[in-house]
Design a protein around this ligand. Structure first.
Ligand SMILES: [Zn+2]
Length: 376
């Protein structure tokens, strides 16, 4: 909880022209400042900032508000997140209201898990790019799958070595706590003495929060003997599967700009679409779509397009999703893929332009709860 007096101090301190000025170029025009609107496409500036009133207003699209609403609209922060951003920018200390010892413990645990996740992510990335094993096995796998280096780097893909305790040993050598390691789900106990890495011998897909923090991982097995092809981090105090969407951090600005969010099934579908220049795409990553995930999308757009695999299981899974999306008051489009294709494989048979054209032509209208029955 941010106390009232701190909120007042933030509002008294912030300068709207500085807050907006971090995102767009403003030029002086009389007592006001003028720039190109970040909320709609325009060539002649109609976005006006009034330093005296502390507000902005776009005469092209009608968007308007104060520093906090600017951050909420532009960066999709919620109210406390916007306040914290401003407090940081202006060096205002937020004295959060006194927490109980239980709350403090949870907060400390979360902090440790975030730090460990970042550490693990760096370890996996280094193992992929700098170690011979990672280059030969992990990097060559991604390249065989058709992913270029730019995409591999952008999504911070990595490699978890075959050595069953490689990450655990590295973490302990860097003074991480064994209990925190176990709580993160990055490893588990096989007996009293031995802790092994959950993701050994896998290529790694870190899962980012919408503000870019590492919450957990998905790992794809490379050995044929592995029990599960994909494995995900178990739930922890920072990773709640049903509230996370894979790719949201990289997609949010485009989702909001293009006013549509594509939903695909797997990690590699998200990567393949990005590689084709389509960035407004996320995946429910290992769960069927949840209400919380749809609510997260609704912060950016009311329109969802589901891309589903052209097999019976794919169709069934997306139907469950459609019903729930409609109940949340969102509009939904469905694009089926040709038999035995998913967005990853199909996108690789087409050029960027042809793939975009395919998506455009497949379905030209959104369905809402009233006209949903007419789809099939
Ligand atoms: Zn505008």
């Amino acid at each position: 909880m941010i106390p009232k007096h701190t909120i007042d101090e933030i509002f008294e301190t912030v300068k709207i022209e500085e807050v907006v000025g971090d995102f767009i170029t403003l030029k002086k025009r009389g007592v006001n400042l003028l720039g190109l609107c970040p909320f709609h496409n325009e060539k002649t500036p109609s976005f006006t900032v009034s330093p005296t009133k502390g507000i902005y207003k776009c005469f092209g699209c009608g968007e308007g508000g104060n520093s906090v609403s600017f951050l909420m609209d532009k960066e999709h922060y919620n109210y406390p997140e916007a306040l914290k951003y401003l407090a940081k920018k202006y060096n205002i200390e937020i004295e959060e209201e006194e927490m109980t010892s239980e709350q403090t413990q949870i907060a400390n645990e979360k902090d440790s898990l975030y730090i460990l996740s970042t550490f693990a992510n760096t370890f996996f990335i280094k193992s992929l790019w700098e170690k011979e094993e990672g280059q030969n096995i992990g990097l060559s796998y991604f390249k065989e799958r058709g992913f270029n280096e730019e995409i591999i780097k952008k999504f911070e893909l990595g490699y978890s070595p075959k050595n069953q305790s490689a990450l655990f040993n590295e973490a302990i050598n860097n003074s991480f706590d064994k209990e925190v390691f176990l709580k993160s789900g990055l490893g588990f106990k096989v007996n009293d003495k031995v802790i092994v890495d959950r993701f050994k011998d896998r290529v790694m897909f870190p899962i980012h929060s919408f503000s870019g923090r590492i919450l957990g991982f998905g790992g794809r097995a490379l050995s044929k003997n592995a029990k599960a092809k994909y494995q995900n981090s178990p739930e922890s105090s920072i990773y709640n599967k049903s509230k996370v969407l894979y790719g949201i951090f990289f997609a949010k600005n485009q989702i909001s700009k293009l006013d549509n969010c594509y939903i695909v099934e797997g990690y590699t579908d998200v990567l393949a679409m990005h590689q084709k220049g389509i960035e407004n795409v996320v995946s429910a990553s290992g769960t069927s779509l949840t209400t919380e995930q749809v609510k997260l999308i609704s912060r950016f757009t009311k329109n969802i397009t589901i891309l589903f695999d052209g097999d019976a299981a794919g169709i069934k899974a997306s139907f469950r999703g459609v019903d729930m999306i409609l109940k949340e008051g969102m509009n939904v489009k469905i694009i089926p893929f040709p038999d035995n294709h998913d967005p990853d494989s199909y996108s690789k048979t087409l050029s960027s332009d042809d793939f975009k054209l395919f998506l455009k032509n497949q379905c030209s209208r959104f369905y809402n709860i009233q006209n949903f029955n007419f789809i099939f």
